[in-house]
Each structure stands twice: as structure tokens, then as C-alpha cells.
Design a binder for this molecule. Sequence first.
Ligand code: MN
Length: 200
Amino acid sequence: MAFELPPLPFAPTALEPHMSARTLEFHHGKHHQTYVTNLNNLVKATPLAMATLEDVILATVNDESKAGIFNNAAQVWNHSFFWKSLKPDGGGAPTGTIGARIISDFGSFDAFKDQFKQAGTTQFGSGWVWLVQEHGKFKIVKTANAATPLTQGQTPLLTCDVWEHAYYLDYQNRRPDFLQTFLDKLANWDFAAANLLKAG
Ligand code: MN
């Protein structure tokens, strides 16, 4: 059973004007699809072809001889997680347990936003910024290229892709503006809450 590109959880125009259908056409339809295609080609006729995506990631991380498999598998996983981290009319301060935990672990929602934006802005080159839970505490982490908190014993709750391909068509070089828009208009706190609930 080959790995597959999951459909977007919203219509391609649903995030406009914050993220354009054209960005999604390339980012989901070309970039994400290419990681899926590459992964399938790399694991074809190996035992990893039968493994779950998570198991492929955990089996290949830190193995230089399998860097291509890891990079493509992790990028497939990271992007599937990213689409679910977005929603139309998203963003703003979350309510419920997530909102309370952000205030207790960061001091305030504004402090969380500042740290998230700072981490995403200072990720040099390509990568990701994440809200994760580690040892029962919320934490913001950034990862380079395909690296993912899944391999760090952290529970990812929400992510924003800060590779240039995520924002260049809509924001050109203005990554901080993209991160601000993610926080104000796109972040899917329902998804983060579901991830927290699953983590227990
Ligand atoms: Mn991307």
C-alpha cells in the first residue's frame, strides 16, 4: 500500500486572502505531492513500504544512509499536520484547556505569540515552528528542514511551515507577516485541542 497525498481539509480558496489558492496549488499539489512520490519511490520493495509513516520516520532518523527516506517521510507527515493546523476564520486566542495552558505556561497569549513569531522568524533557512507538549509543559520549538518533534519525544500540537515555498507567492520575503497572519487568522486551535486530548 503506497503512501498517499491527503486531500486538503478545506477548499483551496477557503483561506484567502491570507493564503491563496495559488499557494495551495503549489504547496499541496506540487511540494507535498513530490514528497509523497519520492517517498514511495525510495521505499518501494523494501520492508518500509509496509510500515506506517510514523514508523518510517522513527526508523530512519539519524541514519545518514537513509536521509532521503527520512526527509521525504518527515515532510509528508509535517505537511499533513500543517494543513490541519490551518482553518478558515482561525487564529486569535484559544479558549478552553488550550487557552488556559498557554496562559499558565507562557504567561499570556501575547507572550506566546511573541515567542512563536520570534522562533519562526529566526529559523535560519527552511524549517518549521511548533507548539508542542513535552513532560507535561507547553513549549515552542523550531526544527530545520524536515526535522520533526515526533522524533524528540515531544507531542506536536500545532505547526507553521516557514519554508519559503509556504509564503513566497503571498508574502514574498516577509516571513514575519506570514507568521503574524497565521497567528491572527489561520491557526486551528480545535486541532491543537484534539491533539492535546489525544496525548492525555
Ligand atoms: Mn512546505
